[in-house]
Design a protein around this ligand. Structure first.
Ligand SMILES: [Zn+2]
Length: 473
């Protein structure tokens, strides 16, 4: 996940300081204090079967097998076909793709950068173009550097950026327990830094990678231009390179930076969302979506972002089927295309002709990594929220700890406008931004049991929604 939908998720973060302390208590309450629920046995069987079979990891391996699945790439479409075939092989119903037109930005092969210092000579620096950036001229771009820590700071420095390269060195705030809050606090320099720098008269933007680690892996992501502002190229550099550049600048304010990129924006292409159902028995036209996004950035195959969410969505439906469950309402795994670069898949899902005869009562998105689940954020209020909150003890048997207000996501967001209740699977976030949008978001970073517990949690929540409805509707 990326971009600016952090406001809804901040609600999840607000109570985060009590999570760790609350774990033991919450689990104890579930076993001692709560009245038996007819769903308890199903939750237990889901969890036991999931942990025994670890099917989410099996799906994840298949998703990642073809490498990165960048929006618009042939590899993304190959993954769509592979997942359609896989869902059919598992016996899912109504397996099909739906078209969505997506942007197509490609990195190109030539990327290089360097600090040009009078005292240190030429210091090579890894650079990665930020998604949607224009390229530099073939000979590269070089200039004196002005360091700021945010777009807001840039707006206070008057004319000092004119003719220079703006170096955005805003770090994610390490003091925040919720790393998504830290990411949200620093992400504007990546998504909007180039426009802000161009408005200040700069020739290029160099952006500190958004991660809490000090490492040598650049973390890319999306940026955009606005029609009224000249387009200037933007790259991200690693946190260790950013620290070095900052240190050198203090000693040598006149140093220069040079970089070359060869990225290009090609024509939009028609790609697809892919989905498969466990059809409801009594209200099949009422749908509960469980989803993630199949596209990734190009620097790695996106194991956590968001192969994990796709794998969990398929596994949740597979597990319910494996237990012989026939839900009242339809439970659908949806693998969306293009979360990373515009969200076209989520927008086109709600416009598809098939939606006209369906009513979506709830959607659960998993796009915060495949780490051990803490809870599910629920974007409902009042009686509806209270009713869902009462399912917490059953869901604790399926692997999570809490249900809290606040849910949503880029892919399912458009469904919210049709009255669907939006939910987010919320795993522990401490390691997510170590790998996010970088070359290190690989299969070996995913723990099969942690990943599976996200699937069992979502399966149980979807089943409860199916059988109990959301009330008052
Ligand atoms: Zn994502």
């Amino acid at each position: 996940m990326l971009r600016h939908r952090f406001r809804s998720l901040l609600g999840l973060a607000a109570g985060a300081t009590v999570i760790v302390l609350g774990m033991t208590v919450a689990r104890a309450q579930s076993s001692n204090a709560s009245a038996p629920s007819p769903f308890d046995e199903i939750a237990t069987r889901l969890t036991q079967t999931g942990l025994r079979e670890l099917g989410a990891y099996t799906v994840l391996e298949k998703i990642l097998a073809g490498g990165p699945r960048q929006t618009g790439s042939p590899q993304a479409d190959a993954a769509v076909r592979a997942m359609a075939d896989y869902m059919k092989s598992l016996g899912f119903e109504n397996v099909h793709t739906e078209p969505t037109t997506v942007g197509h930005w490609v990195r190109g092969t030539h990327e290089e950068g360097a600090i040009l210092s009078a005292s240190e000579g030429r210091v090579p620096v890894k650079v990665r173009a930020i998604g949607n950036s224009i390229a530099t001229p073939a000979a590269g771009i070089s200039g004196a550097v002005i360091e700021v820590h945010s777009v807001a700071e840039l707006e206070t420095i008057g004319d000092k950026a004119r003719g220079r390269i703006v170096f955005f060195n805003g770090a994610m705030d390490p003091s925040l327990l919720d790393t998504f809050g830290a990411y949200g606090g620093a992400a504007a320099q990546r998504s909007g830094g180039a426009v802000a720098a161009a408005k200040a008269g700069a020739i290029a933007a160099v952006v500190r990678s958004l991660t809490l680690e000090t490492d040598d892996d650049p973390h890319t992501g999306m940026m955009s231009y606005d029609a009224a502002t000249p387009k200037i190229p933007a790259v991200t550099i690693t946190t260790s390179a950013a620290n070095r550049l900052s240190t050198l600048l203090k000693k040598e304010p006149g140093l220069r930076f040079r970089f070359v990129t060869s990225c290009r924006t090609l024509d939009p292409v028609v790609s697809s969302n892919v989905m498969g159902d466990l059809r409801g028995t009594t209200n099949p036209e009422e749908v509960i979506v469980i989803g993630g996004h199949l596209d990734s950035w190009d620097l790695s195959a996106g194991a956590h972002d968001d192969g994990a969410g796709c794998a969990q969505s398929i596994e949740a439906v597979r597990l319910l089927r494996a237990l012989g469950i026939r839900p009242k309402r339809t439970i659908r795994a949806v693998l969306y295309m293009d979360e990373e670069n515009g969200g076209a898949g989520g927008l086109d899902y709600v416009k598809a002709p098939a939606r006209k005869v369906e009513r979506h009562i709830a959607a659960i998105e998993s796009d915060r990594g495949g780490f051990v689940p803490l809870g599910i954020g629920v974007g409902a209020k009042g009686d509806t929220f209270d009713r869902i909150k009462r399912w917490e003890p059953v869901l604790q048997r399926a692997g999570l700890i809490w249900i809290r207000p606040g849910g949503g996501g880029v892919d399912i967001g458009p469904l919210g406008e049709t009255g669907t209740i939006l939910m987010s699977l919320v795993p522990d976030s401490q390691r997510y931004f170590d790998v996010h949008h970088s070359g290190t978001d690989t299969l070996d970073k995913v723990n099969p049991r942690e990943l599976e517990l996200g699937a069992t949690s979502m399966a149980m929540m979807a089943y409860l929604l199916s059988e109990e409805g959301v009330g008052g509707r």
